[in-house]
Structure formats: structure tokens, C-alpha cells
Design a protein around this ligand. Structure first.
Ligand code: XMP
Length: 319
């Protein structure tokens, strides 16, 4: 793509001129936007850039390691990459929190706090990178009539980090253009075409209180679901698909034993803009295979349900 090719080249050159020998800080989530922004900055100013990746313990199975494999010391980019393993801290803060907005607030605030502590260790920086894309720019200018969910985007602006200027290299791009830029920069396809993942992560896919054990359950179930969907080749048109953990436990039987375990909900939606969505009609045999694998392989689950609800009246995520 020649247009994207020249956009990437021009932007990198402009960044290099603007930044000079300044120090740059970036919050890397592993999502498409922050990844593309980080790689662009690293091509522009190399080691002057430091990327901080906060693992809040609410990522999908192995996701933290996958992000590290790409951006860490053994990956293709020679970034100053700092991974903060803050899992326990987040679980501690989330103890007893059951209400969705309260959980979102806790996760968002703790994220900023962890990031600020890390930034303090790095010392004075001149520029702070944000992966803001064009739809974010428009959305923030509109002012929503009612807040259904308070959105938290990893990479949001910390209050207590001093810097001179914000750099937003993707400010004029739509999502599909960000992806093209990512490919142009050599970022792996699985990362570039990753499905959307909310900032509060599995925190909004575990209904009610979050615990380390519930995170394990939803991670395992979700990994099985994604694996089978990919294997069956039915992922092409899906806007988003994932497993969630309902807060419901029910009675089941295992051999001669009574069980009283959790119910996992599977969700897959078709959507063009994530504002509305409909439930996808997945092949019965795929759902059957996923169900039997989850109840057999994931300890603590004895029931699997498929969510047929559209948005509205439901939302895509569970909280
Ligand atoms: P809902 O659940 O509101 O989600 O139908 C619509 C889209 O937004 C994503 N989502 C979020 N993304 N921070 C994000 O960056 C958030 O807090 C957040 N909450 C929901 C969701 O995954 C879906 O793609």
C-alpha cells in the first residue's frame, strides 16, 4: 500500500525532527493502537523511547507473555521494555467489589497508579505517547448523552507524570488504516488483526467479584473457545467472541458425585461498529465440542451456555 507506506515514512521522519534527543514514554497494552504507536516511535528515536506494559492480571491466557515476546528483549524490536507484573495488586484492590462501575473505576485508577510509579522510576521524560486514533478524537468531542459504561483505555492520561508534550502519531487514522500501518511496520498479523479487548480486560467478563481462581476459569475456557473457533475456521466474520464467567453456580453431577460449580457463557457477535450487534449463529458441532472440552478440562465449571442476545438490549461485554 503506497499511501500507507509514505504515511509511515513521513510520520517517522516528522517524529524524529520533533523529538530530537528528547526522552519518550509510552504505555503499551499490546492492543493494536498502542503497539503501532510504539513501533513508530521506536523507528523514529530508538532507545530514547521506553515502553511500560502493565500486566493487570486480567489479560487473556498467555497474553502477557505474548506481548513480551513481541516487544521484550528477545523480540524483533530493540525497545526499552518494562513489564510490570501487578496481578496481585489488582486482585487485592478488587476484593469484595461486585458492582460493574465500581470495578471499572478500581481497575482504571489502579492502572494509572501502577503506571505513575513506574514513570517515576524512569525519571524526567519529554514526550508521552498516546495511541489516540481518529474515532477517539471525534468521540471525545461529541459528549455522550448517557454513560452506559465508563470506558477505560489502557494508555489513558496519567495525572502525575511530568512531560512537555503529548505525541499522537495515529491521530488522523481510522482503525483499518492503523492496521495497514502496523503491517507496513512489520508487526505480526495476529497482533494487528486482534479482536477488540476492553481496557478493564477480564474484569468485565467476570460477573461480580473478581478472584484469581475466577480469572483462571475464564482464561482457560476462553482459550479453548478461541482455539476451537480458529480450528473450525468460523472466525472470519465474527466481530468479537469470548468466554465470560457468570456469577451463577448450579448443581451438576460428575460420576456419582454432586457438583456445585460455575456456569460459563460463550458469546460471539456480528457487528459493523460495536454500537449494535447480533448474536452469531455458530455451528452446533463447534459449540458442542467447546462445551464438552470446557466442562472436562476446566476445573470449577459444570455448565456452559450460549448467549443469544443482541445489542441492544444486552451489551457485548457482560459488565
Ligand atoms: P459493549 O460491552 O459496551 O462494548 O457493547 C462495545 C465495545 O467496546 C469494548 N469495550 C471497551 N473498550 N475500554 C475499551 O477500550 C473499555 O472499558 C471497554 N468496555 C467495552 C467492547 O469490547 C466492545 O468491543
Amino acid at each position: 500500500d503506497w499511501k500507507m507506506d509514505s504515511f509511515v515514512e513521513t510520520t517517522i521522519k516528522a517524529l524524529r525532527e520533533k523529538i530530537g534527543d528528547g526522552k519518550v514514554l509510552c504505555a503499551l497494552s499490546g492492543g493494536v493502537d498502542s503497539s503501532v504507536a510504539a513501533v513508530m516511535l521506536s523507528k523514529a528515536v530508538g532507545k530514547q523511547l521506553t515502553c511500560v506494559f502493565v500486566d493487570h492480571g486480567l489479560l487473556r491466557k498467555n497474553e502477557g507473555d505474548e506481548v513480551e515476546a513481541v516487544f521484550g528483549p528477545n523480540g524483533p524490536y530493540q525497545l526499552n521494555f518494562i513489564r510490570v507484573n501487578a496481578q496481585e495488586r489488582f486482585y487485592e484492590k478488587l476484593k469484595g467489589a461486585e458492582e460493574p462501575e465500581q470495578k471499572r473505576k478500581i481497575i482504571g485508577e489502579e492502572f494509572i497508579r501502577v503506571f505513575e510509579e513506574e514513570a517515576k522510576k524512569i525519571g524526567a521524560v519529554d514526550f508521552f505517547v498516546q495511541g489516540t486514533i481518529y474515532p477517539d478524537v471525534i468521540e471525545s468531542g461529541l459528549g455522550k448523552s448517557a454513560v452506559i459504561k465508563s470506558h477505560h483505555n489502557v494508555g489513558g492520561l496519567p495525572e502525575h507524570v511530568d512531560f512537555k508534550e503529548i505525541v499522537e502519531p495515529l491521530r488522523l487514522l481510522f482503525k483499518d488504516e492503523v492496521r495497514k500501518a502496523g503491517l507496513e511496520l512489520g508487526i505480526p498479523g495476529n497482533l494487528v488483526f486482534r479482536q477488540p479487548f476492553p481496557g478493564p480486560g477480564l474484569g468485565v467478563r467476570i460477573v461480580g467479584e473478581v478472584t484469581a481462581d475466577k480469572v483462571r476459569i475464564v482464561q482457560e475456557a476462553d482459550a479453548i473457545y478461541r482455539e476451537e473457533i480458529t480450528k473450525a475456521g468460523v472466525d472470519k466474520n465474527l466481530g468479537q467472541y469470548f468466554a465470560a464467567l457468570t456469577n451463577m453456580r448450579s448443581v451438576g453431577c460428575m460420576g456419582d458425585e454432586r457438583t456445585y460449580d460455575y456456569a460459563v457463557a460463550l458469546r460471539a457477535v456480528l457487528t459493523s461498529d460495536f454500537m449494535t450487534a447480533e448474536s452469531a449463529e455458530l455451528p452446533w458441532e463447534v459449540l458442542g465440542k467447546v462445551t464438552s472440552r470446557i466442562v472436562n478440562e476446566v476445573k470449577g465449571v459444570n455448565r456452559v451456555m450460549y448467549d443469544l442476545t443482541g445489542k441492544p438490549p444486552a451489551t457485548i461485554e457482560f459488565e
